[in-house]
Write a protein that binds this ligand. Structure first.
Ligand SMILES: *Cc1c(COP(=O)(O)O)cnc(C)c1O
Length: 399
């Protein structure tokens, strides 16, 4: 089959809910991917941070193969010998007390929403069905009905109502707005440490620390959605560490499996998670032995190969390189670790066009909204590869 036949098949049989770049990939290794013609690209998206450890990492792959040969699936009706060790390792690594494993990121968010509502009624004594959760404008937390109910993106919402009640929206990065929005029925504040899909929006310094205080003062749960920012992406294991705070609930997913398998988790202090009783929540695949074995290996690789430190170093180097491309069309370069956004002025004619030019030049990245190009390569990237990427980006913007 040739390139256009693959695309035709997708168009003919698939739902048209994505608008991908026209590149058909068939192989990946580390920071590199290859298309069906054998053309090589540097992956600067990392599947939205699901492949932080690099494509097809050999150690994670080996864990997958070894576990797949032994036992893949038990359901939680029975116990398995991977779940306990996974719990212990992830809790020790993140200094959490409890963990609840799910599959997709959206399921982790849904789990958090259910958990804090339950906590609100059981512990905070909020009147039945009155729990409120505060969220931020331009958030991205996933695609389920309840999650899009708290979205402000018309594309995500239009035509999908009626929506789930119980959410209140405030501007991102605004502590006073959070304070003003709190009522006796507020059970939680759900927020991304850095808004990824909104265009790599970094809140003012001290924001998370202040938010944590507001949550403590008002006896409400701080839920950090670290599905994208977590697991090394910003140069720390969790982005909350940049402000030396600990969320009450932390959501992780994506790189938790190094891209081999959907694995997500809600990390919690004991008080919040302990409100859940047997039968009240679950998932057939959540916590299955294959997922646990893969996640254990993915976390081990992140730590043992120094990928978190590398993300901090290479991120600073990448940012520095991009800032040296001075061009009238560049409005701002911003980022933390290897979560980087380059915002163009509207006169540039949209980020999509530049992503297509970068693709021709062997660099795969994706626009977020209209004017931001996101650069988030796998955390295994080297200095030489960063230099190569920066050179290509400079050439494309100046062309
Ligand atoms: C990707 C993402 C999600 C949703 O994860 P899925 O696995 O796509 O359901 C939620 N929150 C954030 C911040 C994300 O980046």
């Amino acid at each position: 089959m040739n390139f256009s036949q693959y695309i035709e098949l997708e168009n003919q049989y698939g739902a048209h809910n994505y608008k991908p770049l026209d590149v058909v990939l068939s192989r990946g290794e580390g920071v590199w991917v290859w298309d069906v013609y054998g053309k090589q690209y540097l992956d600067c998206l990392s599947a939205y941070s699901a492949v932080n450890q690099g494509h097809c990492h050999p150690k994670i792959m080996q864990a997958l193969i070894d576990q797949a040969r032994k036992l893949t699936m038990t359901s939680r009706a029975f116990r398995n010998d991977q779940l306990g060790p996974f719990y212990q390792e992830i809790c020790q690594l993140t200094r959490s007390h409890k963990v609840l494993p799910m599959n997709s990121g959206a399921e982790a968010v849904e789990t958090a929403i259910k958990t804090v509502r339950k906590w609100g009624y059981a512990v905070k004594k909020v009147p039945n069905d009155r729990a409120e959760i505060i969220v931020c404008e331009n958030n991205f937390h996933g695609r389920t009905i309840s999650i899009i109910s708290c979205s402000t993106d018309p594309n995500s919402r239009n035509g999908f109502g009626p929506f789930t009640p119980g959410f209140k929206t405030i501007p991102f990065g605004d502590v006073a707005a959070l304070q003003a929005a709190v009522t006796p029925n507020t059970v939680a504040f759900l927020v991304e440490p850095i808004q990824g899909e909104a265009g790599v929006i970094i809140p003012p310094a001290g924001y998370l620390k202040a938010v944590k205080s507001v949550c403590e003062e008002n006896h409400m749960v701080l839920i950090l959605d670290e599905i994208q920012t977590g697991l090394g992406r910003t140069g720390k294991l969790l982005a909350e560490e940049h402000e030396e705070i600990t969320a009450d609930l932390t959501l992780i997913g994506k790189a938790l499996s190094g891209g081999f398998y959907p694995v997500s988790a809600v990390l919690s202090n004991a008080e919040v998670m302990d409100v859940l009783q047997p039968g009240e929540h679950g998932s057939t695949f959540g916590g299955n032995p294959l997922a646990c074995a893969i996640a254990r290996a993915a976390l081990k690789v992140l730590v043992e190969e120094g990928l978190i430190e590398n993300a901090a170093m290479m991120g600073a180097y990448f940012l520095d390189g991009l800032r040296q491309i001075s061009h009238a069309l560049i409005k701002e370069v911003r980022g933390k670790g290897l979560m980087i956004g380059l915002e163009l002025y509207p006169e540039a004619g949209g980020a999509r066009h530049y992503c297509e030019r970068l693709q021709e030049n062997g660099l795969l990245c994706k626009e977020t909204h209209d004017h931001v190009i996101r650069f988030s390569p796998p955390l295994v990237i080297t200095e030489e590869q960063v230099e190569w990427a920066v050179e290509k980006i400079g050439e494309v913007i100046k062309a």
